[in-house]
Design a protein around this ligand. Structure first.
Ligand code: ASP
Length: 440
Protein backbone atom coordinates (compact mmCIF):
# COMPACT_ATOMS: atom_id res chain seq x y z
CA UNK A 1 0.00 0.00 0.00
CA UNK A 2 1.19 3.56 -0.71
CA UNK A 3 1.01 6.56 1.64
CA UNK A 4 0.24 9.90 -0.03
CA UNK A 5 0.57 13.19 1.80
CA UNK A 6 -1.02 16.39 0.49
CA UNK A 7 0.14 19.76 1.80
CA UNK A 8 -1.78 22.90 2.72
CA UNK A 9 -2.14 24.33 -0.79
CA UNK A 10 -3.32 20.97 -2.13
CA UNK A 11 -6.32 21.17 0.21
CA UNK A 12 -6.39 24.98 0.27
CA UNK A 13 -9.19 25.50 -2.25
CA UNK A 14 -12.14 23.57 -3.63
CA UNK A 15 -10.46 23.35 -7.04
CA UNK A 16 -7.31 21.85 -5.52
CA UNK A 17 -9.30 19.40 -3.40
CA UNK A 18 -10.93 18.23 -6.63
CA UNK A 19 -7.42 17.69 -8.11
CA UNK A 20 -6.47 15.65 -5.05
CA UNK A 21 -9.62 13.55 -5.43
CA UNK A 22 -8.71 12.80 -9.06
CA UNK A 23 -5.14 11.86 -8.11
CA UNK A 24 -6.10 9.44 -5.35
CA UNK A 25 -9.13 7.88 -7.04
CA UNK A 26 -7.29 5.28 -9.14
CA UNK A 27 -8.77 2.15 -7.58
CA UNK A 28 -5.68 1.33 -5.45
CA UNK A 29 -5.99 1.09 -1.67
CA UNK A 30 -3.99 3.86 0.00
CA UNK A 31 -3.50 6.01 3.08
CA UNK A 32 -3.89 9.75 2.49
CA UNK A 33 -2.35 12.15 5.01
CA UNK A 34 -3.59 15.74 4.90
CA UNK A 35 -2.23 19.04 6.22
CA UNK A 36 -4.48 21.84 7.35
CA UNK A 37 -5.83 24.17 4.61
CA UNK A 38 -3.08 26.68 3.75
CA UNK A 39 -2.98 29.59 6.15
CA UNK A 40 -4.95 27.83 8.88
CA UNK A 41 -2.06 26.70 11.11
CA UNK A 42 -0.49 30.17 10.93
CA UNK A 43 -3.84 31.65 11.98
CA UNK A 44 -4.16 29.16 14.85
CA UNK A 45 -0.62 29.96 16.01
CA UNK A 46 -1.52 33.67 15.93
CA UNK A 47 -4.71 33.02 17.92
CA UNK A 48 -2.81 31.20 20.64
CA UNK A 49 -0.23 34.03 20.69
CA UNK A 50 -3.12 36.50 21.23
CA UNK A 51 -4.37 34.38 24.13
CA UNK A 52 -0.84 34.31 25.56
CA UNK A 53 -0.63 38.12 25.24
CA UNK A 54 -4.15 38.46 26.70
CA UNK A 55 -5.33 40.13 23.47
CA UNK A 56 -8.60 38.30 23.82
CA UNK A 57 -10.83 40.33 21.53
CA UNK A 58 -8.18 40.00 18.79
CA UNK A 59 -8.20 36.20 19.31
CA UNK A 60 -12.01 36.19 19.01
CA UNK A 61 -11.88 38.24 15.79
CA UNK A 62 -9.38 35.86 14.23
CA UNK A 63 -11.52 32.85 15.20
CA UNK A 64 -14.62 34.41 13.58
CA UNK A 65 -12.69 35.27 10.39
CA UNK A 66 -11.38 31.72 10.14
CA UNK A 67 -14.81 30.22 10.73
CA UNK A 68 -16.17 32.26 7.82
CA UNK A 69 -13.53 30.76 5.49
CA UNK A 70 -14.62 27.26 6.48
CA UNK A 71 -18.34 27.98 5.99
CA UNK A 72 -17.60 29.35 2.51
CA UNK A 73 -15.50 26.30 1.63
CA UNK A 74 -18.18 23.87 2.81
CA UNK A 75 -20.82 25.61 0.71
CA UNK A 76 -18.68 25.36 -2.41
CA UNK A 77 -17.53 21.80 -1.73
CA UNK A 78 -20.65 20.04 -0.51
CA UNK A 79 -23.79 20.30 -2.60
CA UNK A 80 -25.33 17.31 -0.85
CA UNK A 81 -27.51 19.00 1.75
CA UNK A 82 -27.26 16.27 4.43
CA UNK A 83 -23.47 16.17 4.17
CA UNK A 84 -23.30 19.95 4.08
CA UNK A 85 -25.37 20.12 7.27
CA UNK A 86 -23.37 17.48 9.15
CA UNK A 87 -19.99 19.01 8.20
CA UNK A 88 -21.31 22.46 9.17
CA UNK A 89 -22.23 21.05 12.60
CA UNK A 90 -18.75 19.57 12.97
CA UNK A 91 -17.11 22.86 12.01
CA UNK A 92 -19.33 24.75 14.47
CA UNK A 93 -18.33 22.36 17.27
CA UNK A 94 -14.60 22.90 16.52
CA UNK A 95 -15.03 26.68 16.52
CA UNK A 96 -17.06 26.57 19.74
CA UNK A 97 -14.12 24.71 21.33
CA UNK A 98 -11.73 27.33 19.98
CA UNK A 99 -13.88 30.15 21.39
CA UNK A 100 -13.87 28.38 24.76
CA UNK A 101 -10.02 28.37 24.67
CA UNK A 102 -9.99 32.19 24.69
CA UNK A 103 -11.13 32.33 28.32
CA UNK A 104 -8.59 29.71 29.46
CA UNK A 105 -5.19 30.40 30.98
CA UNK A 106 -2.47 30.06 28.34
CA UNK A 107 -0.22 26.99 28.48
CA UNK A 108 1.80 24.97 25.96
CA UNK A 109 -0.87 22.27 26.19
CA UNK A 110 -3.54 24.82 25.24
CA UNK A 111 -1.48 25.96 22.27
CA UNK A 112 -1.09 22.34 21.12
CA UNK A 113 -4.86 21.86 21.37
CA UNK A 114 -5.48 24.99 19.31
CA UNK A 115 -3.01 24.27 16.51
CA UNK A 116 -4.30 20.70 16.15
CA UNK A 117 -7.69 21.88 14.89
CA UNK A 118 -6.55 22.68 11.33
CA UNK A 119 -5.87 19.06 10.37
CA UNK A 120 -9.06 17.88 12.10
CA UNK A 121 -11.07 20.33 9.97
CA UNK A 122 -9.40 19.58 6.62
CA UNK A 123 -9.64 15.80 6.96
CA UNK A 124 -13.28 15.83 8.09
CA UNK A 125 -14.30 18.07 5.20
CA UNK A 126 -12.29 16.17 2.61
CA UNK A 127 -13.52 12.77 3.73
CA UNK A 128 -17.13 13.98 3.49
CA UNK A 129 -16.39 15.33 0.01
CA UNK A 130 -15.08 11.91 -1.10
CA UNK A 131 -18.24 10.30 0.27
CA UNK A 132 -20.37 12.78 -1.69
CA UNK A 133 -18.42 11.79 -4.83
CA UNK A 134 -19.20 8.11 -4.19
CA UNK A 135 -15.66 7.16 -3.12
CA UNK A 136 -15.46 4.60 -0.31
CA UNK A 137 -13.14 6.30 2.17
CA UNK A 138 -12.72 6.09 5.94
CA UNK A 139 -11.41 8.72 8.34
CA UNK A 140 -8.70 7.33 10.65
CA UNK A 141 -8.16 9.65 13.64
CA UNK A 142 -4.38 10.15 13.92
CA UNK A 143 -4.74 10.49 17.68
CA UNK A 144 -5.77 6.80 17.77
CA UNK A 145 -2.34 5.65 16.59
CA UNK A 146 0.23 8.47 16.29
CA UNK A 147 2.29 8.99 19.43
CA UNK A 148 5.66 10.45 20.45
CA UNK A 149 7.67 9.35 23.47
CA UNK A 150 9.32 11.38 26.23
CA UNK A 151 12.16 12.35 23.85
CA UNK A 152 9.65 13.58 21.27
CA UNK A 153 10.57 10.65 19.01
CA UNK A 154 7.85 8.58 17.31
CA UNK A 155 6.89 5.56 19.40
CA UNK A 156 7.13 3.17 16.46
CA UNK A 157 5.98 -0.01 18.24
CA UNK A 158 2.86 1.72 19.56
CA UNK A 159 2.16 3.27 16.14
CA UNK A 160 2.63 -0.08 14.35
CA UNK A 161 0.22 -1.90 16.65
CA UNK A 162 -2.41 0.80 16.71
CA UNK A 163 -2.45 1.56 13.02
CA UNK A 164 -2.85 -2.14 12.32
CA UNK A 165 -5.95 -2.15 14.54
CA UNK A 166 -7.57 0.92 12.99
CA UNK A 167 -6.91 -0.35 9.47
CA UNK A 168 -8.50 -3.68 10.35
CA UNK A 169 -11.55 -1.97 11.80
CA UNK A 170 -12.04 -0.19 8.47
CA UNK A 171 -10.99 -3.00 6.19
CA UNK A 172 -13.67 -2.43 3.58
CA UNK A 173 -12.63 1.16 2.79
CA UNK A 174 -10.52 1.81 -0.27
CA UNK A 175 -9.01 5.12 0.80
CA UNK A 176 -7.98 5.99 4.35
CA UNK A 177 -7.83 9.68 5.24
CA UNK A 178 -5.86 10.79 8.28
CA UNK A 179 -4.42 13.94 9.84
CA UNK A 180 -0.79 14.89 9.43
CA UNK A 181 1.15 16.80 12.09
CA UNK A 182 -0.91 15.90 15.18
CA UNK A 183 -0.15 13.16 17.69
CA UNK A 184 -0.37 12.27 21.37
CA UNK A 185 2.60 12.72 23.64
CA UNK A 186 3.87 10.33 26.30
CA UNK A 187 1.29 11.74 28.78
CA UNK A 188 -1.65 11.27 26.41
CA UNK A 189 -1.89 15.00 25.74
CA UNK A 190 -2.46 16.33 22.21
CA UNK A 191 0.86 17.34 20.69
CA UNK A 192 2.41 17.69 17.23
CA UNK A 193 5.46 16.90 15.10
CA UNK A 194 6.47 20.57 14.71
CA UNK A 195 5.66 22.91 11.84
CA UNK A 196 5.55 21.16 8.50
CA UNK A 197 5.21 17.86 10.38
CA UNK A 198 2.69 16.24 8.04
CA UNK A 199 5.57 15.01 5.85
CA UNK A 200 6.97 13.30 8.91
CA UNK A 201 3.56 11.77 9.70
CA UNK A 202 3.52 10.27 6.20
CA UNK A 203 6.93 8.61 6.49
CA UNK A 204 6.27 7.41 10.05
CA UNK A 205 3.10 5.72 8.75
CA UNK A 206 5.08 4.46 5.74
CA UNK A 207 7.59 2.81 8.07
CA UNK A 208 4.86 1.43 10.35
CA UNK A 209 3.04 -0.38 7.54
CA UNK A 210 6.18 -0.99 5.42
CA UNK A 211 4.60 0.96 2.57
CA UNK A 212 5.47 0.33 -1.04
CA UNK A 213 6.20 4.08 -1.42
CA UNK A 214 5.53 7.38 0.33
CA UNK A 215 4.48 10.30 -1.86
CA UNK A 216 4.67 13.90 -0.70
CA UNK A 217 2.41 16.08 -2.87
CA UNK A 218 3.00 19.83 -2.76
CA UNK A 219 2.67 22.80 -5.11
CA UNK A 220 6.10 22.47 -6.74
CA UNK A 221 7.54 19.82 -9.06
CA UNK A 222 9.95 18.22 -6.60
CA UNK A 223 13.08 19.34 -4.78
CA UNK A 224 14.88 22.06 -6.75
CA UNK A 225 18.64 22.41 -7.07
CA UNK A 226 18.46 25.82 -5.37
CA UNK A 227 15.87 27.84 -3.49
CA UNK A 228 13.28 28.98 -6.08
CA UNK A 229 12.00 31.65 -3.68
CA UNK A 230 15.25 33.59 -4.03
CA UNK A 231 17.03 32.33 -7.12
CA UNK A 232 16.17 32.49 -10.81
CA UNK A 233 16.52 29.44 -13.09
CA UNK A 234 16.37 26.59 -10.63
CA UNK A 235 15.55 23.07 -11.80
CA UNK A 236 13.88 20.06 -10.19
CA UNK A 237 16.25 17.23 -9.24
CA UNK A 238 14.98 13.87 -10.48
CA UNK A 239 16.84 11.61 -8.03
CA UNK A 240 18.30 12.06 -4.57
CA UNK A 241 19.76 9.56 -2.14
CA UNK A 242 18.37 9.41 1.42
CA UNK A 243 21.59 11.05 2.67
CA UNK A 244 21.37 13.94 0.21
CA UNK A 245 17.68 14.53 0.92
CA UNK A 246 18.26 14.46 4.68
CA UNK A 247 21.03 17.07 4.45
CA UNK A 248 18.94 19.33 2.21
CA UNK A 249 15.82 19.04 4.37
CA UNK A 250 17.78 19.79 7.51
CA UNK A 251 19.68 22.69 5.99
CA UNK A 252 16.73 24.66 4.79
CA UNK A 253 15.06 23.08 1.76
CA UNK A 254 11.58 24.15 2.77
CA UNK A 255 9.83 21.49 0.72
CA UNK A 256 10.51 18.78 3.34
CA UNK A 257 10.27 18.58 7.11
CA UNK A 258 13.85 17.97 8.37
CA UNK A 259 13.04 14.50 9.72
CA UNK A 260 11.10 13.26 6.71
CA UNK A 261 13.44 10.56 5.46
CA UNK A 262 14.54 9.30 8.88
CA UNK A 263 11.77 6.73 9.43
CA UNK A 264 11.90 5.15 5.95
CA UNK A 265 15.57 4.86 5.10
CA UNK A 266 16.24 1.71 7.16
CA UNK A 267 13.52 -0.19 5.26
CA UNK A 268 14.51 1.41 2.00
CA UNK A 269 11.03 2.78 1.32
CA UNK A 270 11.24 5.31 -1.54
CA UNK A 271 9.85 8.81 -1.09
CA UNK A 272 8.53 10.58 -4.16
CA UNK A 273 7.96 14.34 -4.21
CA UNK A 274 5.13 15.27 -6.57
CA UNK A 275 3.23 18.35 -7.72
CA UNK A 276 -0.56 18.36 -7.19
CA UNK A 277 -0.92 21.07 -9.84
CA UNK A 278 1.07 19.05 -12.41
CA UNK A 279 0.64 15.37 -11.53
CA UNK A 280 2.39 14.01 -14.61
CA UNK A 281 5.67 15.86 -13.88
CA UNK A 282 8.35 13.41 -12.69
CA UNK A 283 9.12 15.25 -9.43
CA UNK A 284 11.93 13.92 -7.24
CA UNK A 285 12.53 10.31 -6.24
CA UNK A 286 14.40 9.84 -2.96
CA UNK A 287 15.81 6.35 -2.57
CA UNK A 288 18.92 4.44 -1.58
CA UNK A 289 20.38 4.88 -5.09
CA UNK A 290 23.35 7.21 -5.26
CA UNK A 291 24.69 8.96 -8.33
CA UNK A 292 27.97 10.62 -9.10
CA UNK A 293 28.22 14.20 -10.22
CA UNK A 294 29.50 16.88 -7.89
CA UNK A 295 27.26 19.52 -6.34
CA UNK A 296 23.66 18.57 -6.93
CA UNK A 297 21.74 21.05 -4.84
CA UNK A 298 22.10 24.10 -2.64
CA UNK A 299 19.95 25.10 0.30
CA UNK A 300 20.15 27.84 2.90
CA UNK A 301 19.03 27.98 6.49
CA UNK A 302 18.48 31.34 8.20
CA UNK A 303 18.23 32.33 11.83
CA UNK A 304 21.70 31.08 12.71
CA UNK A 305 23.83 32.50 15.53
CA UNK A 306 27.62 32.07 15.40
CA UNK A 307 29.63 32.02 18.62
CA UNK A 308 33.41 32.33 18.68
CA UNK A 309 35.00 31.06 21.90
CA UNK A 310 38.60 32.14 22.34
CA UNK A 311 40.88 31.18 25.15
CA UNK A 312 44.61 31.07 25.71
CA UNK A 313 43.87 28.10 27.93
CA UNK A 314 42.88 26.12 24.87
CA UNK A 315 46.47 26.06 23.62
CA UNK A 316 47.75 22.49 23.94
CA UNK A 317 45.19 21.82 26.64
CA UNK A 318 42.88 18.84 26.57
CA UNK A 319 39.32 18.89 27.83
CA UNK A 320 38.57 22.40 26.57
CA UNK A 321 36.02 21.31 23.98
CA UNK A 322 34.42 18.95 26.48
CA UNK A 323 33.83 21.87 28.79
CA UNK A 324 32.30 23.90 25.96
CA UNK A 325 30.05 21.08 24.80
CA UNK A 326 28.83 20.38 28.32
CA UNK A 327 27.42 23.90 28.52
CA UNK A 328 25.43 23.42 25.33
CA UNK A 329 24.30 20.04 26.61
CA UNK A 330 23.12 21.58 29.91
CA UNK A 331 20.96 24.07 28.01
CA UNK A 332 19.70 21.46 25.53
CA UNK A 333 20.99 23.43 22.55
CA UNK A 334 22.32 21.54 19.59
CA UNK A 335 25.31 22.70 17.59
CA UNK A 336 25.16 22.66 13.77
CA UNK A 337 28.54 23.76 12.41
CA UNK A 338 31.87 23.80 14.17
CA UNK A 339 35.41 24.83 13.24
CA UNK A 340 38.45 25.01 15.46
CA UNK A 341 41.90 26.53 15.58
CA UNK A 342 44.46 26.01 18.31
CA UNK A 343 43.20 29.00 20.30
CA UNK A 344 39.56 29.36 19.33
CA UNK A 345 36.49 27.43 18.39
CA UNK A 346 33.59 28.79 16.36
CA UNK A 347 30.24 27.11 16.33
CA UNK A 348 26.68 27.78 15.28
CA UNK A 349 23.27 27.21 16.82
CA UNK A 350 19.78 27.70 15.39
CA UNK A 351 17.94 27.75 18.70
CA UNK A 352 18.88 30.87 20.66
CA UNK A 353 16.32 30.51 23.47
CA UNK A 354 19.08 29.88 26.03
CA UNK A 355 21.76 32.00 24.37
CA UNK A 356 22.18 34.42 27.29
CA UNK A 357 22.63 31.63 29.82
CA UNK A 358 25.10 29.83 27.53
CA UNK A 359 27.15 33.01 27.02
CA UNK A 360 27.16 33.65 30.74
CA UNK A 361 28.77 30.26 31.37
CA UNK A 362 31.26 30.55 28.51
CA UNK A 363 32.38 34.01 29.61
CA UNK A 364 33.66 32.49 32.84
CA UNK A 365 36.65 31.00 30.99
CA UNK A 366 36.82 32.48 27.49
CA UNK A 367 36.41 35.56 25.35
CA UNK A 368 33.23 35.41 23.34
CA UNK A 369 32.14 37.00 20.07
CA UNK A 370 28.59 36.55 18.84
CA UNK A 371 27.29 37.14 15.30
CA UNK A 372 23.57 37.01 14.80
CA UNK A 373 21.56 37.00 11.52
CA UNK A 374 23.78 34.40 9.90
CA UNK A 375 22.80 31.80 7.29
CA UNK A 376 24.19 28.37 6.55
CA UNK A 377 24.50 27.68 2.85
CA UNK A 378 24.73 23.97 2.30
CA UNK A 379 25.99 22.34 -0.89
CA UNK A 380 24.98 18.74 -1.28
CA UNK A 381 25.92 15.93 -3.64
CA UNK A 382 27.15 12.37 -3.44
CA UNK A 383 30.79 12.42 -2.44
CA UNK A 384 30.84 16.13 -3.17
CA UNK A 385 34.00 16.77 -1.16
CA UNK A 386 35.99 14.58 -3.55
CA UNK A 387 34.56 15.85 -6.80
CA UNK A 388 36.82 17.54 -9.35
CA UNK A 389 34.43 20.50 -9.84
CA UNK A 390 34.27 21.38 -6.16
CA UNK A 391 37.40 23.53 -6.34
CA UNK A 392 35.37 25.99 -8.48
CA UNK A 393 33.42 26.82 -5.38
CA UNK A 394 36.33 28.70 -3.90
CA UNK A 395 36.81 30.75 -7.06
CA UNK A 396 33.12 31.62 -7.24
CA UNK A 397 33.04 32.79 -3.67
CA UNK A 398 35.96 35.16 -3.93
CA UNK A 399 33.74 38.18 -3.28
CA UNK A 400 31.53 36.66 -0.58
CA UNK A 401 32.50 37.15 3.03
CA UNK A 402 32.55 33.67 4.51
CA UNK A 403 32.41 33.48 8.29
CA UNK A 404 32.97 29.73 8.61
CA UNK A 405 33.36 26.74 6.33
CA UNK A 406 32.74 23.11 7.06
CA UNK A 407 34.34 20.69 4.63
CA UNK A 408 34.70 16.99 5.18
CA UNK A 409 32.31 16.57 8.13
CA UNK A 410 30.28 14.43 5.76
CA UNK A 411 31.41 13.55 2.29
CA UNK A 412 28.06 14.66 0.87
CA UNK A 413 28.00 18.17 2.29
CA UNK A 414 29.97 21.39 2.28
CA UNK A 415 28.55 24.14 4.48
CA UNK A 416 29.36 27.83 4.45
CA UNK A 417 28.33 30.35 7.06
CA UNK A 418 27.57 33.80 5.71
CA UNK A 419 25.79 36.95 6.76
CA UNK A 420 22.07 36.63 5.97
CA UNK A 421 22.24 39.89 4.01
CA UNK A 422 24.60 38.16 1.54
CA UNK A 423 22.43 35.09 1.13
CA UNK A 424 20.50 35.85 -2.06
CA UNK A 425 23.61 37.08 -3.86
CA UNK A 426 25.56 33.99 -2.78
CA UNK A 427 22.82 31.56 -3.80
CA UNK A 428 22.40 33.23 -7.20
CA UNK A 429 26.16 33.25 -7.84
CA UNK A 430 26.48 29.59 -6.94
CA UNK A 431 23.52 28.80 -9.15
CA UNK A 432 24.87 30.68 -12.15
CA UNK A 433 28.33 29.16 -12.02
CA UNK A 434 27.62 25.67 -10.77
CA UNK A 435 24.38 24.86 -12.61
CA UNK A 436 23.97 27.38 -15.42
CA UNK A 437 27.51 26.82 -16.63
CA UNK A 438 28.40 30.48 -16.75
CA UNK A 439 32.18 30.54 -17.12
CA UNK A 440 34.35 32.21 -14.58
N1 ASP B 1 -0.27 22.30 9.27
C1 ASP B 1 1.03 22.18 9.83
C2 ASP B 1 1.88 23.39 9.47
O1 ASP B 1 1.41 24.29 8.79
C3 ASP B 1 1.71 20.91 9.44
C4 ASP B 1 1.93 20.73 7.95
O2 ASP B 1 1.33 21.38 7.14
O3 ASP B 1 2.73 19.87 7.60
O4 ASP B 1 3.00 23.44 9.88
Amino acid sequence: MKVLKFGGTSVGSVENMCNVKNIINDGDKKIVVLSAMSGTTNKLVAISQDIKDVNLSEAENKISELQKVYFETIDQLLEDSDLNKSVREYVISIFEDLKACVSKVFSDALENQIVAQGELLSTYMFNSYLNQEGIHSALLPALDFMRIDGNKEPNIDYIKNNIKTVLKENESANIYITQGFICLDANDEVSNLQRGGSDYTATIIGAAIIAEEVQIWTDIDGMHNNDPRYVENTNPISNLSFDEAAELAYFGAKILHPQTVTPVRADNIPVRLKNTMDPIAHGTLISSKTSEGGIKAIAAKDGITAIKIKSARMLQAHGFLKKVFEIFETYETSIDMITTSEVAVSLTIDDDRNLDKILNELEKFALIEVDERQSIVCLVGHSVVNHQDTFKLFQILQDVKIRMISYGGSKNNISLLIDTDDKINTLQKLNDYLFELVTL
